[in-house]
Design a protein around this ligand. Sequence first.
Ligand code: AMP
Length: 223
Amino acid sequence: MRAAVKLIIEPASLTALEIEDSGNSRLMRAALFSLLFNVVGSGCKCMGPTELEQLQSSIRDIKDFPKPGIAFKDITPLLGNGKLFRSVIDHLAAEAEKIRATKVVGIDARGFLFGAAVAYKLGIGCVPVRKKGKLPYKTIGFSYQLEYGDAEVEMHVDAIETGERVVLVDDLLATGGTSGAAVNLVQKIGGIVGAALFVIELTFLNGRAKLPPDVPVQSLVRY
Ligand code: AMP
């Protein structure tokens, strides 16, 4: 039987944390990790309601793009609004700082826009995870399943030091296949993913389930 434990802690240092205890000790470890590194496990509560509303209205749905049946979340109006873009970067950077990340891993392609800005703000390195065949040096790769067919992402073999703590950044978490693959690449070369940060999360696709339970996931806007 699955027992749900909900722990809400609201002082300045900790906000909210939801733990689903299915008897899996990894989940409990994830919870402890989150407490230790001051990470919100079920989304970022750090944006005020007005700002969140502004952010939401700067993301537009493009129906049937890139193919019929897909509602594409277009973030270009957000990118075009300097104040809002800066605020998003500030929030993501604050979360990355909390877990003491020394590198940002940005995911091809819109993840580069947010990831690079976060890295710049914190004065830490930036690592691209790219689609297969785009990186010039020696790579490691990870294949994963898409709704139709397969995809593969790659990272340079020397991008991350053994034991280095990184933060993953992408614009959107959908099925979790891409970010799950990126986590796998980081871990393959001995890195530690301290958190995975997204501007948008499509919660109905349950992408979080594709990420290891010891990787805290945060998103600013959830649908
Ligand atoms: P997934 O691997 O399914 O989590 O997909 C995540 C990646 O695909 C992200 O890098 C997104 O940029 C992109 N993506 C997936 N679905 C959408 C969507 N509905 N709107 C915009 N981008 C999307």
